[in-house]
Design a protein around this ligand. Structure first.
Ligand code: CA
Length: 232
């Protein structure tokens, strides 16, 4: 969800443009942070993704196109709204900009009003995409935006690992997942964790998820693994 004051990251090395953007955006109720080169932009996004990025094409250290490509390659920022700012008006360049995954582009010089209209449009689009991002199965709901879980309308509080486990199950309901598949999905491929760690977190997940009188949502498959299964 977009907060009351949407946070926009401006990535631009020309200070007069930065100041113009900052002035106008803040006046319109946005909170603004600034990065002056491509590397800095990626660092700032990694520290805390903004609601949208205004990204200049020609930047020191790493071009806007490269920044855009890298943001699109990561799951966390795959959907982050990006508007490219470009001095290039050529059709081929515009197409290239959009091909790297920018949501929109705007050609310099631009009017603050035009920019704001574009910004509002990408924020609205990303909001409506996010609203749909929930997983549901037999009364269990994960709100992927707010990281909230409920079962039959009751809030379920999960630790981060249990949340990832449940999410993994909810993406493939009724499918049996082996301990090693769950390890890969929740802990990552590079981390060494013993398989019985999975059992510990499954136990915690069950405890949080199964309310009084509710059937066990997790099925243990002997020597196989686990499945989210409420069909029987
Ligand atoms: Ca520039």
């Amino acid at each position: 969800m977009i907060a009351d004051q949407p946070h926009v990251l401006v990535v631009e090395d020309e200070m007069p443009i930065v100041e113009l953007l900052r002035y106008n955006l803040e006046k319109s109720g946005y909170s603004v942070s600034v990065a002056t080169d491509g590397e800095q932009a990626l660092e700032q996004v990694a520290e805390g993704p903004p609601d949208a990025v205004l990204l200049d094409w020609m930047l020191p250290r790493k071009s806007g196109i490269e920044v855009c490509r890298q943001l699109r390659a990561k799951p966390d920022t795959r959907m982050l709204p990006i508007i490219l700012l470009t001095a290039r008006g050529e059709e081929a360049d515009r197409v290239r900009g959009l091909e790297t995954g920018a949501d929109d582009y705007i050609v310099k010089p631009f009017s603050p009003r035009e920019l704001e209209a574009r910004l509002k449009a990408v924020l609205r689009r990303s909001q409506s995409v996010l609203v749909e991002e929930r997983l549901e199965y037999c009364g269990i709901v994960i709100d992927l935006v707010r990281h909230r879980v409920s079962r039959n309308g009751r809030g379920v509080h999960l630790g981060p690992k249990e949340y990832r486990l449940l999410r993994t199950f909810m993406e493939r309901p009724t499918r049996v997942l082996t301990r090693s598949q769950l390890l890969d999905s929740v802990w990552g491929l590079d981390v060494y964790v013993e398989e019985r760690t999975v059992d510990v977190h499954i136990r915690r997940l069950r405890k949080a998820l199964n309310g009084v009188g509710e059937p066990d949502a997790i099925r243990t498959v002997r020597s196989g693994g686990y499945a989210l299964d409420l069909d029987n």
